[in-house]
Write a protein that binds this ligand. Sequence first.
Ligand code: F6R
Length: 252
Amino acid sequence: MKLVVMENHEEMSKHACQLIVSKVQSLSSPVLGLATGSTPERLYEMLIEEYKQKLVSFSHVKTFNLDEYVGLSENDKNSYQYYMNHHLFSEVNFKEGENHIPNGMASQLEQECQRYEKLIKEAGGIDFQILGLGHNGHIGFNEPGTLFSSRTHVVDLERTTREANARFFKSKKEVPTQAITMGIETILESKQIILLVSGEQKATALQRLLNGEVSEDFPASVLKQHQDVTIIADKAALQLQEDEQFAVNSKR
Ligand code: F6R
């Protein structure tokens, strides 16, 4: 795992944006794995700016999102489909049909998970996966205790995750109790992964990731087993990290 330390959220987003732009420019048919949430919002704004300045095109790019709530339609402003439409898809030149998100409205959720896995496989796998870090160490919606061998599946969301995400809803009661998420093994098959971590509220989780053991109790720890993961973290998120050397150097 490599760690890149950035001054703040803006610089973290800029660095991630540059990595994505060069990936999109260098591959003939790149497949990106995308995350939602607060962390990548500025990154998506920057990608749109790059597109508007004609510095990058997305017409040859396929995308797969990590997850979606069960029971929210794409018109529901809390669905991840809505988020992606508004934060990225409608603003740049992806070809129609090339942006994929699990369908949380599917009547057969298990079949939907299998369909999603098949789509990723048919696309040749994910070249570049963007991840955010949950307070409890989740990646995608893979909550603590999820098997490292998991594929795309339906999850019951933890109380802490529902509380953390309640800020987007009118009340906590409205936060869905289930989601579909890419599994940990699915995520780990991505060729390259970046984990974005910003803000003091992520400091405890990041400290555990950097110093703790690899364990299914802390899903993000599995990233230590992947050969191409870069954590891009800002200083606020690294404030509990005493070993400055670790914060500057790359380590596995
Ligand atoms: C979102 C996702 C989640 C978030 C994580 C951090 O698609 O998969 O794992 O990345 O919950 O969320 P924020 O960025 O809102 O702190």
